[in-house]
Unconditional design. Structure first.
Length: 674
């Protein structure tokens, strides 16, 4: 999608019903150019379109959802006829509406043929069996989904999450009467009250999702007012500080039994997967598991955590509700799971191995989704530095997905733009209550602000990073206000304090009148330096057993590593090589350094003849690492990871005939070419 199209979509979503005149003025484009952009955007939409009514742009709710999807590049645009989408609706219908459901009534309800419904039923019967549920049928009752009330409600919650991931999920929940608007409004108010009265802090995403989940469960409770129970003897939820507060906040729903309120409380408590301060589990058991988890990560990644005590406290806030969810069979959606595993496989594999300490508590393996959330916390903390910087350019990150996601995004952006000072990562609700003087807002959703707003996806892929660097470079070196502010910041110690504002104003006028000068400036992000000493091309055939000797030989010659380190590295690597990856079939042998080896170092070996590992994989590149105790090596590894994931760059590296050709790839990396 072109930059101009993104800017137009952003204006449409922020201003709701902007006039063509306003858009032409904001984008500095002609009427004909704007109309052409609208046609281009409409061509990319699935089933809706941007309409021009009385010289204003008008979009429906569904169209706004699709536009937002285009803006962030999501793939969640499903049609109403999508089988999985319809199956979710049918299952919800069978569990929340107490009526006779036949093939005919269901076909009329969902506007498909009886044969289609029959086919859907066969799939549903197979799918729900894994959830310990059954699809039953009788002439008197029609089709029903049967099982324990606890599992039925858990499944309803998961169905709701699945529907909310699609563009049309919210509207379908309302139109099909699975969610009553009055219930949704009351529940949202209840959750706000619970936040104020307890130490629970829900993310924007949870505040949006949870009222729908609870409203769907209320729909079932109304239709099936059954007496039921479930066992929670080990976890005395009723005697927590939070339970009576939640119970009081839900008092308007007079039809709820005590067991219903208890069940809804579990969802509220366990939804707070990132920040939670309640304590209901044997904390000594968890603290011991966290200590074991952190030590395993440190050993596997050869690093030290800045402010390790705070890091463990952060883990505790996440792990308590995570263990709670797993013990009670609640499942979560993490839309970034596949992307994270692909982009940060080394971190994921190390965390997946370290979570054994938590799995012993819950009695079963953690899901990929849970492991990735933990991995995000780990990676975000790795990026932290004890050093503080003073920059003239100020920015924040806004993200509704939760603090682990926003923290990872924040630290990625800090690494990409060292010339910008990031004040932090906040939810949209938090940001509305703040008064910050900002130059940039990096946000996953459009927001109206005087500062430059830049829409970013929650997870930055290599191509997204390149586009983002180009955009920010353009703004940094063409925006007169930012140029003036940067210039004054550089010489402020030489100017009287009462003249700073005047100097900035005059410089702004100067840069505005000399845009052709500033636009010629080329921006290249700062990168970790590599030179020809860090690269070796190996022409001879090398065995798996000897490859580490070859990779670390140049570093031994440089005296940044000794034979003791190499010996320990071999012991670790040959036992754990499957987890020590920095790219596809690219291994990263390393181990924790001794104090004497304070100098971080790296050697990139390109093998002209493939080395074959014990699994039969052919590897052409290996990266030997001597890590820094202060994690100085992390930016370099991230840069290498980006390049190794880029197929053309990887091909160029493997086919390089000289060290200079290899260096050109790394020096180019993700740099921006003018």
């Amino acid at each position: 999608m072109e930059l101009e199209e993104k800017e137009l979509i952003k204006l449409i979503l922020i201003q709701k019903k902007p006039s063509l005149f306003e858009i032409e003025k904001n984008l500095e484009m002609s009427h004909e150019q704007i109309v052409q952009l609208i046609h281009s955007i409409n061509h990319q939409l699935i089933s809706n379109s941007v309409e021009v009514v009385d010289d204003a742009l008008v979009v429906s709710v569904k169209c706004a959802d699709e536009l937002y999807g285009l803006l962030i590049g999501t793939q969640n645009a499903v049609s109403y006829d999508d089988m999985n989408f319809r199956k979710n609706l049918i299952e919800m219908e069978l569990m929340t509406q107490k009526m006779h459901h036949s093939l005919q009534t269901l076909s009329e309800r969902f506007y498909v043929s009886r044969n289609t419904i029959y086919s859907d039923m066969k799939h549903i019967k197979k799918d729900i069996k894994a959830q310990q549920l059954e699809l039953g049928y009788s002439r008197k009752m029609g089709y029903q989904i049967l099982g324990t009330e606890y599992l039925l409600r858990n499944h309803l919650a998961q169905l709701t999450r699945n529907l909310l991931k699609s563009f049309y999920g919210k509207s379908c929940l309302s139109v099909l009467h699975f969610v009553h608007e009055a219930d949704y409004a009351k529940l949202k108010k209840c959750l706000s009250q619970i936040e104020q009265l307890t130490q629970i802090q829900l993310t924007d995403e949870q505040m949006e999702e949870l009222p729908y989940i609870l409203a769907v469960i209320l729909c079932r409770i109304r239709c099936y007012p059954l007496s039921w129970s479930f066992k929670i003897e080990k976890y005395d939820i009723r005697n927590t500080i939070e339970f009576p507060i939640i119970k009081d906040c839900l008092s308007d729903f007079t039809f709820l039994k005590d067991v219903d309120i208890l069940y809804l409380s579990l969802h509220i408590l366990s939804s707070n997967r990132i920040e939670s301060a309640f304590d209901f589990i044997n904390s000594e058991e968890i603290l011991s598991a966290i200590d074991q988890f952190v030590e395993t990560i440190k050993n596997k990644l050869a690093l030290q955590f800045v402010k390790e005590t705070e890091f463990k406290e952060k883990l505790l806030l996440h792990v308590q509700p995570a263990i709670f969810r797993n013990l009670f069979g609640f499942r979560i959606n993490n839309p970034l799971t596949d992307r994270f595993i692909k982009e940060h496989r080394e971190i994921y594999l190390s965390v997946a191995d370290a979570v054994e300490a938590f799995e012993q508590i819950v009695g079963h393996p953690l899901s990929d989704e849970e492991i990735v959330y933990l991995s995000m916390i780990v990676l975000g903390w790795i990026y932290q530095s004890e050093e503080s910087r003073t920059c003239s350019i100020k920015a924040v990150v806004l993200c509704p997905n939760g603090t682990s996601v926003s923290k990872l995004l924040l630290e990625n952006l800090r690494g990409m733009f060292p010339e910008i000072e990031f004040a932090g990562a906040y939810s949209f609700r938090q940001f509305e209550q703040m008064d910050l003087d900002l130059d940039f807002i990096f946000t996953t959703k459009p927001i109206e602000s005087k500062a430059q707003t830049i829409i970013v996806p929650p997870f930055l892929e290599p191509e997204s990073r390149k586009q983002l660097r180009e955009l920010v470079a353009k703004l940094l070196y063409t925006d007169a206000s930012i140029q003036a502010k940067s210039a004054v910041s550089t010489i402020k110690d030489l100017l009287p304090k009462d003249k700073l504002y005047a100097a900035e104003a005059l410089l702004k006028v100067f840069f505005e009148e000399n845009k052709e000068i500033s636009s010629t400036v080329t921006f290249k992000p700062k990168k970790q330096e590599l030179d020809d000493r860090n690269i070796v091309i190996v022409e001879d055939s090398v065995s798996w057993e000897d490859c580490l000797d070859v990779v670390f030989a140049p570093m031994i010659a440089r005296k940044t590593v000794d034979m003791e380190y190499l010996s320990r590295c071999k012991d670790v690597f040959y036992k754990n090589y499957r987890q020590m990856l920095i790219g596809p079939n690219i291994y990263l042998p390393h181990t924790a350094p001794f104090i004497e080896l304070a100098q971080p170092d790296v050697e990139i070996a390109v093998f002209k003849q493939p080395v074959i590992d014990p699994d039969g994989h052919h590897l052409r590149i290996m990266v030997g690492l001597v890590p820094s105790k202060t994690n100085e090596h992390v930016p370099l590894l991230l840069m290498l990871n980006d390049i190794f994931l880029d197929h053309p760059s990887l091909e160029t590296l493997m086919n390089a005939e000289s060290v200079s050709q290899v260096l050109k790839v790394f020096e180019g990396g993700e740099a921006i070419e003018k």
